[in-house]
Write a protein that binds this ligand. Structure first.
Ligand code: C2E
Ligand code: MG
Ligand code: MG
Ligand code: MG
Length: 283
């Protein structure tokens, strides 16, 4: 209750709350400075198919804070949303991903790769979002189906008709749409059927204990079954062991992302990783 009130009113009587408020304010002003001073970087994590062949990557934002070191996105994305900085930052990530796709399109050994970009709710709701995606695709002259936008279930919390219409416009452009962190939200199945999606992404939360927790295993199986009946692609994130991978494959999931294959890498290390994996898989 206090937390909810804290959004609009600052309660100076609660020292703990005061600490949270000033920590957030510090983070927000740090973020603005970080954006001005180009402290962000994008790492890329491979996504692989059943034979371990690379099918694409997910772009993951990194903040290299001069004092705090690497700040994980979970710690600053909420503040970036709150301050609207997510709009220019998100635009930059999208542009960088498309620039990378354009570079790969010129290379026969890389042109099949897709790039998944995370889109925050605030960014998706921005009235210019669809136009910006169209512009960036045109500007880099890339195949739109190589760009995959990762959306989250929180988009379904309200304004469902507008959300579906926007997703439809993106689909019409040929962009691929994935529902990220699937299973942790509250999307109703009847909504799911109406969404013009290409892919469901099973959240790491369920993959983690898939071999030991019967509930997690059941949820993963259900998501895979759901994807199959809706004719959607399915990918599992956070795959760390062979056993998890094998279990998922047995259930009908044929795309994976996780430390088992590769952690997120800066672009030059990713390029080296792609070259190494190409050597291992004979053409
Ligand atoms: P996400 O989209 O679900 O991304 C997957 C997260 O799982 C990434 O965390 C990745 O590093 C991590 N991960 C991948 N494989 C494994 C594994 O095998 N084990 C474990 N323990 N973790 C694994 P990361 O990079 O910290 O990103 C966290 C979240 O921040 C992302 O979750 C995404 O929601 C958000 N995010 C990242 N980049 C962006 C961005 O450019 N824009 C927006 N709006 N959100 C972003
Ligand atoms: Mg994601
Ligand atoms: Mg995810
Ligand atoms: Mg996740």
């Amino acid at each position: 209750q206090a937390k909810r009130a804290g959004r609009n009113t600052v309660c100076f009587f609660d020292p703990e709350m005061q600490a949270v408020v000033s920590a957030n304010a510090a983070l927000s002003s740090d973020l603005r400075q970080a954006w001005r001073e180009n402290q962000f970087r994008i790492d890329y994590q491979p996504q692989v198919g059943v034979d371990g062949q690379m099918i694409g990557v997910e772009a993951l934002l990194r903040w290299l804070h001069p004092q705090r070191g690497m700040v994980p996105p979970d710690q600053f994305i909420p503040a970036a949303e709150e301050t609207s900085l997510i709009i220019p930052i998100g635009r930059w990530v999208l542009d960088a991903a498309c620039a990378q796709l354009a570079a790969w399109a010129r290379r026969p050994d890389r042109r099949h790769l897709s790039i998944a970009v995370n889109v925050s709710v605030r960014q998706f709701r921005h009235p210019e979002f669809v136009d910006e995606v169209l512009q960036v695709i045109r500007q880099w002259d890339i195949q739109p189906n190589k760009l995959k936008l990762e959306l989250t279930e929180s988009l379904l919390a309200d304004g469902i008709d507008v959300t579906i219409a926007k997703m439809g416009s993106l689909k019409d452009m040929g962009v691929a749409l994935s529902l990220d962190d699937f299973g942790i939200g509250y999307s109703s199945l009847s909504y799911l059927k109406r969404l013009p999606l290409d892919q469901l992404k099973i959240d790491r939360e369920f993959v983690k204990d898939i071999l030991t927790d019967a509930n997690d295993a059941a949820i993963a199986k259900t998501v895979i079954g759901l994807a199959q009946s809706l004719h959607l692609d399915v990918i599992a994130e956070g795959v760390e062991t062979e056993e998890q991978r094998d279990f998922l494959e047995k259930q009908g999931c044929y795309s994976f992302q996780g430390y088992l294959f590769c952690k997120p890498l800066p672009i030059d290390e990713l390029e080296a990783f792609i070259d190494r994996s190409a050597e291992m898989v004979p053409a």
